[in-house]
Design a protein around this ligand. Structure first.
Ligand SMILES: NC(=O)CC[C@H](N)C(=O)O
Length: 210
């Protein structure tokens, strides 16, 4: 199973994602949006400040990521984490918008989430309603929904002002989430709750017993 981590100028969670994907069993590569990514099973858009968050977070990266749109149209799996989620929304691959946190401040801490939907390829290893702990680190994480998104993760309290406490959504093989599962894959990081997400999509793509 092959996974690619897309590195943009200003990405800063690419190595964390690479580490987590390897741990879950993927053969992992760093790629650029200009590379041929069609031989990959999974693409991860990592967190960070791609293109310095200029214009709006994710706005510039989205405009040079047409290969990712094509990858999704061909049935590829994509996870966008934090800045990656912002890029997916800017590309129109996921609905809604990510605005500045209600407090106007950058928030960096562990939060509790509820797994709302455990039927996606990314969440099959969780129980419905399971409470998990993942870190967040964002200034622009307030999710505003324009339609009725498929909610996968919800904060259990008002963290950043997101509509209905939404922390992650899913559509057509694409998961976008503000919290960082790749930073919660080892006890020494403070939580292992993120590992199940990468293991889940690995097993799903492999067609294993879940
Ligand atoms: N860790 C991240 O990806 C967060 C950065 C993001 N661009 C922000 O909203 O601040």
């Amino acid at each position: 199973m092959k996974a690619g981590v897309v590195v943009y100028p200003g990405s800063n969670c690419d190595r964390d994602a690479y580490y987590a994907l390897n741990l879950a069993g993927f053969k992992t590569y760093y790629v650029s949006p200009k590379d041929d990514i069609n031989n990959l099973d999974l693409v991860v858009l990592p967190g960070g400040f791609s293109y310095g968050d200029y214009l709006r977070p994710g706005a510039v990266s989205a405009r040079e990521s047409s290969s990712i749109k094509e990858f999704v149209e061909n049935g590829g799996f994509v996870i966008g984490i934090c800045n990656g989620f912002q890029i997916l929304v800017e590309m129109g691959l996921l609905p809604g918008a990510l605005l500045q946190n209600e407090s106007g401040k950058f928030i960096c801490k562990f939060v509790e989430l509820e797994v709302v939907d455990n039927t996606t390829p990314f969440t099959l290893f969780y129980k419905k309603g399971e409470k998990i702990r993942l870190p967040i680190a964002h200034g622009f994480g307030r999710y505003v929904s324009v339609s009725n998104p498929n909610v996968v993760f919800r904060y259990t309290e008002n963290v950043n002002g997101s509509d209905e406490f939404i922390a992650g959504i899913y559509e057509k093989n694409v998961l976008g989430m503000m919290p960082h599962p790749e930073r919660a894959v080892d006890e020494y990081l403070g939580s292992t709750d993120g590992l199940k997400l990468f293991r889940s999509v690995f097993e799903y793509i492999r067609g294993g017993n879940i």
